[in-house]
Design a binder for this molecule. Structure first.
Ligand code: GLU
Length: 421
């Protein structure tokens, strides 16, 4: 269930965090609302000859630290409230990990699974025509998010270039490598989360122990983090997607799960049927049950509003690593903190994606392209620095890592605002 007031929930967390920071009332007021909001209607000629009109949004939340940055989401439940909340989180995320970008987000209310490839391309190009004047490499730079990917960024970038009558590679990130995308961008969100999670495990002196992991959401980030952790010897005991999931005490192989998902379109109930069958004991669970399974680490990697006041008391994990944006409501966050669960907040845990987007933008502007090793090294040091700053601040303030991350980020945004009028 997506929370009704995602933005309200995010602002509640900001208000709580700001109790630990001396920030003026005026600055708070600016931080609590978006700078600019655009709603567009996108007509798309469908394959059956009809014209369907889709609603899209782009929200620029704050650009004190630099051009606003954030993905574009395709999902049936996209709303202005959701896009605003996500743009707010992007603002704090870029600040939290030291990227010279502000925050933005876009979205289209659509179920992309119901569109043909041609309709999807037409919608993506239509979105760019509709928001063209609102975005740009020096003002607001989109990227992929839920149900958008590098192919869609390729179409969008191409449409942007056509309208501009020149190549503007830095107008979009997350593009295919052949047209200016960065090596490592596709796995960057998972890789960034992996670096901070490993560091937290070290800080909590849990390394060397056989740790079990449950992953909710098996898209790009969910699959890749499961794979990285599996390769490192952690046991992935449960995975799910919106249609359902599987729990196997003996451990699951992320690649086998992915093969099943690709061939059957779902994870639930098919892991041990058909041609792809790892001979292991497993139980079928729902996407909601996954959050409560017996695992040391819970990784919500789907959408917002999953851990709520209703189920937060039932989470058994000692660590929650938020690869999704906003998976924990403000009320649930309090419950988890009181129960001693270490939550790596989304604005830190999933910042690897936007960090490599920043590297892509830099490479596009310089016309000089880096190796995978260079990108991995920069991502690792950037993520670890942010983790240490935030972890230390949480210890100092005696708060959760989310509160510390919010304080750390808000201070940077407010400081930049003070230098602009
Ligand atoms: N959509 C991703 C996020 O929520 C990446 C944004 C970007 O690369 O600009 O962080």
């Amino acid at each position: 269930m997506v929370s009704d007031d995602f933005f309200g929930s995010a602002l509640k967390q900001l208000e709580q965090a700001l109790e630990h920071a001396s920030i003026s009332l005026e600055a708070k007021k600016i931080l609590m609302q978006p700078k600019a909001v655009l709603e567009v209607k996108i007509p798309v000629g469908m394959d059956d000859g009809r014209v369907k009109i889709f609603t899209g949004f782009r929200v620029r939340y704050n650009d004190a630290l630099g051009p606003a940055k954030g993905g574009i989401r395709y999902h049936p439940l996209v709303s202005l409230n959701e896009v605003t909340a996500l743009a707010f989180l992007m603002t704090l995320k870029c600040a939290a990990v030291g990227i010279p970008f502000g925050g933005a987000k876009g979205g289209v209310a659509v179920d992309p699974k119901n569109l043909s490839q041609r309709e999807l391309e037409s919608l993506s190009r239509g979105y760019v025509r509709a928001v063209y004047d609102f975005i740009g490499p020096d003002s607001d730079i989109p990227a992929p998010d839920v149900y958008t990917n590098e192919t869609i960024m390729g179409w969008m970038s191409d449409e942007y270039n056509r309208i501009s009558r020149k190549l503007v590679p830095a107008a979009f990130t997350g593009k295919p490598v052949s047209i200016g995308g960065s090596l490592g961008r596709n796995t960057a969100t998972a890789m960034g989360a992996y670096f901070v999670l490993k560091e937290l495990i070290r800080q909590l002196k849990l390394n060397g122990k056989e740790l079990t992991v449950a992953v909710q959401g098996f898209g790009n980030a969910g699959y890749n983090i499961a794979k990285l952790l599996h390769n490192d010897g952690l046991k992935i005991v449960a995975v799910s997607d919106s249609k359902g999931g599987v729990y196997a005490q003996g451990g699951l192989h992320p690649d086998s799960v992915m093969k099943v998902k690709e061939s059957k379109g779902m994870i639930d109930g098919v892991y041990c049927r058909g041609s792809v069958c790892d001979d292991i004991e497993h139980a079928h669970i729902t996407n909601e049950q996954l959050l409560e399974v017996d695992a040391d680490i819970l990784i919500p990697a789907a959408i917002e509003g999953q851990i709520t006041e209703k189920n937060a008391g039932k989470v058994k994990a000692k660590i929650v690593c938020e690869v999704a944006n906003g998976p924990t409501t403000a009320g649930a966050d309090k419950v988890l903190h009181e129960r001693g669960v270490a939550v790596v907040p989304d604005i830190l845990a999933n910042a690897g994606g936007v960090m490599v987007s920043y590297f892509e933008w830099v490479q596009n502007r310089a016309g000089l392209y880096w190796s995978s090793d260079e990108i991995r090294g920069r991502l690792e040091s950037g993520m670890l620095k942010a983790f240490r700053d935030i972890y230390e601040m949480a210890q100092q303030l005696k708060t959760s890592m989310r509160m510390a991350a919010y304080v750390h980020a808000a201070k940077k945004v407010v400081e930049a605002m003070a230098h602009r009028s």
